[in-house]
Design a protein around this ligand. Sequence first.
Ligand SMILES: NC(=O)c1ccc[n+]([C@@H]2O[C@H](COP(=O)([O-])OP(=O)(O)OC[C@H]3O[C@@H](n4cnc5c(N)ncnc54)[C@H](OP(=O)(O)O)[C@@H]3O)[C@@H](O)[C@H]2O)c1
Length: 327
Amino acid sequence: MPSAIQIHAFGGPEQMQFVEVEVGEPGPGEIRIRHHASGLNFIDVYQRTGLYANALPLNLGMEGAGVVEAVGAGVSHLAVGDRAAYASNPPGSYSEVRVMPAKNVVRLPDAIDFDTAAGMMLKGLTAQYLLKKTLPVEGLQPGDHVLFHAAAGGVGLIACQWAKALGLQLIGTAGSAAKCALALEHGAAHAIDYGREDFVARVKEITGGRGVKVVYDSVGKDTFDGSLNCLRPFGLLASFGNASGPVPPFAPGMLGPKGSLYITRQTLFTHIATREATQAMTDELFEVVGSGAVKIRIDQRYQLADAAQAHQDLEARKTTGSTVFVI
Ligand SMILES: NC(=O)c1ccc[n+]([C@@H]2O[C@H](COP(=O)([O-])OP(=O)(O)OC[C@H]3O[C@@H](n4cnc5c(N)ncnc54)[C@H](OP(=O)(O)O)[C@@H]3O)[C@@H](O)[C@H]2O)c1
C-alpha cells in the first residue's frame, strides 16, 4: 500500500506518523495523482498544531507535483499521463499517491521539473496575488517601496525576485546576516536583520521618513505593531501568516491616527477558488519562472519519512527558500 504522513492528534512534529493508506478511484471532479515531489509550507505547521482547523485523522501537505494516474467524470483539463502540479485543499500531498479535486491541479510545462513545481506552486501563487492583486488604494508603481517580512523564506525569495521584475523597491527583513545576504542576492533592494536591528527605524531611514505603501506580513504577532508603524498615510498592511503566532485582537480606531491605514488578511484559497482563476495565476507564475525572472531555490530536500525533521527545521528558522519532499 502507498505511504503518507498522517496525524491523529494536533500537536508537535512527534504527532506525524508515516503510515500506509488505501487510495481508491477518483470520483466526479477528481483525479488520482502519483507524486514525484511534495512541498513543505508553513501552513502545514498550522494544520499540524490545530491552529487551522481540520478533521482528524489528517493527511498533511498542500502542494505537490507528479503524474496523473486516473481521471474522474467531468474532468476535461487533465488526462492520464499528464505531468501536473498543484496548491490545493484538502491537505494530503505528503503522500506517494492520492485522490483529490482536480480544480486546482494544472498541467506542468515540460521545462519545469517536479521538484521545482513542488517548491513553487503554493509559494509562487501566493507571491503572485500579494504583489499583483493585494494593492494599496494608490496602486503600486515601479520605484515604490514595499516591506516584505521573512524575505529569505520560501514565499520570501520568490517575492524578492518578482518584486524586482515589477520594478518595486522591496525592503526585506530576515533573521540573520546570511539570510539578509540571500534576500539581496535575489532582488531585494534593502535587507534588515530584524533580530538585531529596529526595522521600523531602518524603514524610515531607507524611505526618507515617508514609510512604505504596503507591508506584506506573514510573521504575525511579533511584527504586527512595527509593520503598522512602517506605513505611509493610506498604506496597506497585508497580513498573510502567523509564523510567530496569530495577531491578537486590536481596535480598528488605532488605524486613524497612524494615517488612515488599511488592513487586510489574505489567503491564497480565496484567490484560487475557481479553476479559471487558478489557471490564470499559474500562467503568470509559469511565465516568470520560464523567463528566468524568478528562480525557484530549493535549499532543503527530505524523504517523506523524515517529515517530522523537516517541520522541526522550518519552525526553528533553519530553512531558507523552498523545501521539498522527494518521493
Ligand atoms: N495566507 C496565505 O495565502 C499564505 C500562503 C503561503 C504562505 N503563507 C505564510 O507565509 C509565510 C511564509 O511561508 P513559507 O512556507 O514560505 O515559510 P518560510 O518563510 O520559509 O518560513 C517561515 C519564516 O518565518 C520567519 N519567522 C519569523 N518568526 C518566526 C518564528 N517565531 N518561528 C518560525 N519562523 C519565524 C523565519 O524567517 P527569519 O528567520 O528570516 O525570520 C522563517 O524561516 C508563513 O507565515 C505562511 O503561513 C500564507
